[in-house]
Design a binder for this molecule. Structure first.
Ligand SMILES: Nc1ncnc2c1ncn2[C@@H]1O[C@H](COP(=O)(O)OP(=O)(O)OP(=O)(O)O)[C@@H](O)[C@H]1O
Ligand SMILES: [Mg+2]
Length: 535
């Protein structure tokens, strides 16, 4: 793919670096089993009945130099796994992981099948992976498939996160399979057939913490080193040729990237929902859009994942801590590669420092504050997070409105007290505690004093804030409404969200209703307020 004219996917030439450089199980036997000694298993996607293109990411396709295919035809056959190109060597990766804090042993790609890598016009290399493409040796007792509702969620959120500036795997296409998939959505004995779908995901690599963990756990140290060397040479070339010192620097880099990722999630109100170590990208990307959710009322203890209701291990406010826990698990796995395992420890402390600094920097941007040597804003920022948790206002609306209110304050367009009253009324939910709203009002008064010390003009401050506080995020109820319509054959909701979420920082007045607070009906609604891992 070196020509500049976009080409159709079926004419792309794939490279297969993972397959060629790693150790592969080439039995092509999909019997669920342990696959010791290997990094991956060669597999072939299982064809589906009637693949049709439902959605396509124009921006990602442009980056990859690909042309939008028609609804049916050769390219869609590739995106559904019905057609394997000659240059492809599809595989399922072998990995393990800690699930909800417990070591789960071998997991692996049970329904994701990588097709290989394509080279973009800018010479960057991108792996394309089909999620829901059929059984692999890692499917355990499951079917290797994915349903339409979870595939819509993965497709939309991957692209929405990218346009918000959050590091993430991408989604190129959403394809309906024409097959039915049986799922018990809440594991309560109500299994039903649902339409199946496949998302083509795209990332430089999908290697996870769990790939390393499994090799360490089974004592496959040569394979562990080989995987680390592959990842470092291909994805962290600036660190130099692999050596014990380079392994350490690489771990430090993974800590940094994970810290930055956590700061991004906290800044936009994203709750991943299943931060198991098999869902942690070695590149620091958001990976696996399962039972995720977006904070509406600001509640640090909130998670949409019903599987996690007992412990709230992966609740919004826990995420930075879990990032650290997961990095400790990765450090444990990498100890055979470094002479002094204790040498990895300081990088875990650096994770905390990087997260704290990045979080503060992002919060200051959201508030229109520049780092002033004269004032330490830490107490103000900490007090904001406490006040938001006490008031439980809508996070996205609060910050977006604040951008406009700050402008009004600085230009003296409105009286300060009235400005804050309007802001709180706009962002509050019926259940927002009155005492919490008072606390947030007091915080706003302190903030008013602080922001007046900024030297930039009001318009610059407002524009900076508007570029840091999105108007549109993939609210839980909006995704659910689009899914229900899509299941009834109407894809306009999916397409509209895809379109609006491309420019989440723009006003887009014609789409104002997609910026609305969660309606009361959505408060407890399954699929909106609550989700499970059944997908
Ligand atoms: N329907 C399924 N068929 C086979 N394996 C599955 C299925 N659903 C999940 N798995 C496997 O169960 C494990 C944990 O699932 P999890 O929900 O984290 O992943 P996922 O949503 O399938 O995928 P990914 O992490 O690739 O986005 C993984 O090994 C995954 O491949
Ligand atoms: Mg997963």
């Amino acid at each position: 793919m070196t020509t500049s004219a976009p080409q159709s996917l079926e004419h792309a030439t794939f490279q297969n670096s993972f397959v060629e450089e790693m150790n592969g199980d080439t039995t092509f036997d999909n019997t669920p089993r342990q696959v010791p000694g290997y990094h991956y298993s060669r597999v072939v996607p299982t064809p589906v009945a009637d693949p049709r293109l439902l959605a396509w990411s124009e921006e990602l396709a442009a980056e990859l130099g690909l042309r939008r295919p028609p609804e049916q035809g050769a390219a869609v056959e590739v995106l559904a796994g019905n057609r394997v190109l000659e240059s492809m060597k599809p595989f399922a990766a072998r990995y393990g992981g800690h699930q909800f804090g417990s070591w789960a042993g071998q997991l692996g790609d049970g329904r994701a099948i990588s097709l290989g890598e394509v080279q973009a016009p800018d010479a960057s290399s991108w792996e394309i992976q089909l999620k829901g493409a059929g059984p692999t040796p890692y499917s355990r007792r499951a079917d290797g498939r994915a349903v339409l509702r979870s595939s819509i969620r993965e497709f939309l959120c991957s692209e929405a996160m990218h346009h918000l500036g959050v590091p993430t795997t991408r989604a190129l296409s959403l394809v309906a399979t024409g097959d039915l998939v049986v799922r018990d959505m809440f594991y309560n004995g109500n299994a039903r057939p649902e339409p199946g779908a496949i998302v083509a995901r795209v990332a430089p690599t999908f290697v996870r913490f769990g790939n390393f963990q499994l090799l360490a756990a089974t004592g496959e140290i040569d394979n562990l080193r080989r995987l680390a060397d592959y990842v470092i040479r291909r994805y962290f070339p600036a660190l130099g040729e692999p050596s014990p010192e380079v392994y350490e620097r690489w771990f430090a880099e993974v800590c940094q990237r994970t810290a930055v990722l956590m700061a991004h999630w906290m800044s936009v109100g994203f709750v991943h929902g299943v931060m198991n170590t098999d869902n942690m990208s070695i590149l620091g990307l958001t990976i696996d859009y399962g039972p995720y959710g977006w904070l509406e009322p600001y509640e640090p203890g909130w998670t949409p994942n019903t599987t996690d209701f007992a412990t709230h291990r992966y609740a919004f406010g826990q995420q930075p801590r879990i990032g650290l826990w997961n990095l400790m698990a990765l450090a444990q796995a990498l100890t055979p590669l470094v002479p002094d395992p204790l040498a990895l420890r300081p990088h875990l402390d650096e994770y905390v420092a990087t997260f704290t600094a990045k979080r503060q920097e992002m919060l200051r941007r959201k508030l229109g504050l520049t780092a002033a040597a004269a004032s330490d804003d830490t107490p103000l920022l900490d007090a904001l997070l406490e006040a938001l948790a006490a008031a439980q206002v809508d996070m996205t609306i609060f910050f977006r409105r604040l951008s406009h209110c700050t402008y009004a304050l600085l230009t003296q367009q409105a009286e300060e007290e009235a400005t804050w009253t309007e802001l709180l009324a706009t962002a509050a939910y019926p259940e927002s505690p009155a005492a919490g709203l008072d606390q947030l009002r007091q915080w706003l008064e302190q903030y008013g004093q602080r922001v007046r010390q900024e030297t930039a003009d009001a318009e610059t401050i407002r524009n900076g804030m508007l570029a840091a506080n999105p108007k549109y995020v993939l609210r839980n109820y909006l995704a659910q409404q689009a899914i229900e319509a899509a299941e009834a054959g109407d894809l306009s909701g999916v397409r509209r969200l895809l379109h609006v979420l491309k420019t989440p920082f723009d006003e887009q007045p014609e789409h104002e209703e997609l910026a609305a607070k969660r309606p009361e009906w959505a408060r407890e609604k399954p699929g909106s307020a609550t989700l499970s891992c059944s997908s």
